[in-house]
Write a protein that binds this ligand. Structure first.
Ligand code: PCA
Length: 213
């Protein structure tokens, strides 16, 4: 079983991105998994092209993309990617699209086909705060999630894929008041659990994981 996992480069004035820092430190217990780790540029369009190239090159069974969600407290397992960009800040190459579709021939939205509820449950069982999220935002993380699911739906129907948002690292919040963070060790452990849960879960569990608003 081959799993491709991606993290983003730093953006928005940060000098580090916890997603890539964590995924490059993952040490798996399950030796049946071959893990391929890639850093993706925080740039609209280019991130999807980079991902597509890597999928072609490595032919994974599962693709897990990850990124930073500064300000969120738990690890959030994204349910859905939506076909829109509405950028509050510019990406790392100065692009700032407003209300633009990601793929003109794509559906309005695609659901992750990772076992999102099983992943949340595994994290919580390991005492790591986690929940399902119903929005990956409208910036580059939603862009790559939607792009991945578009690729799965149009080109790679045998692949399972989705997206995980992680909080700031402790070192990123020393200059930010009352902002949630998590240690790099915990985020790295979470990534390991996510990879191993995705690898062994054929069908997701049916358990409440929704939000009222
Ligand atoms: N987080 C941003 C883009 C890159 C990243 O790590 C986001 O949530 O859109």
């Amino acid at each position: 079983m081959k799993i491709l996992i991606t993290g983003f480069d730093p953006f928005g004035g940060e000098s580090i991105n916890p997603s890539y820092e964590a995924i490059k430190r993952i040490k798996l217990d399950n030796s049946d998994i071959e893990l391929v780790t890639v850093e993706i540029p925080t740039v609209f369009d280019k991130c999807i092209d980079t991902l597509d190239r890597k999928i072609k090159e490595t032919e994974p069974d599962i693709v897990i993309c990850t990124g930073q969600a500064g300000g969120r407290f738990p690890i959030t397992v994204e349910r859905v990617g939506i076909n829109i960009i509405d950028a509050r800040i510019a990406d790392n190459e100065g692009n700032q699209y407003i209300d633009a579709p990601i793929k003109s021939d794509g559906e309005s939205a695609y659901f992750s086909n990772l076992p999102i509820k099983a992943i949340v449950k595994s994290l919580i069982n390991n005492k790591i705060p986690a929940e399902v999220s119903n929005t990956a935002g409208t910036f580059v993380c939603n862009n790559i999630l939607y792009g991945l699911l578009y690729l799965i739906n149009t080109k790679y129907p045998h692949i399972k894929g989705g997206f995980i948002h992680v909080p700031f690292l402790l070192e990123q919040v020393t200059d930010k008041r009352n902002t949630p963070s998590m240690s790099l060790e915990t985020i790295t452990e979470a990534m390991k659990i996510i990879v191993e849960t995705a690898a062994v879960t054929e069908t997701d569990i049916s358990e409440q994981g929704g939000a009222i608003c």
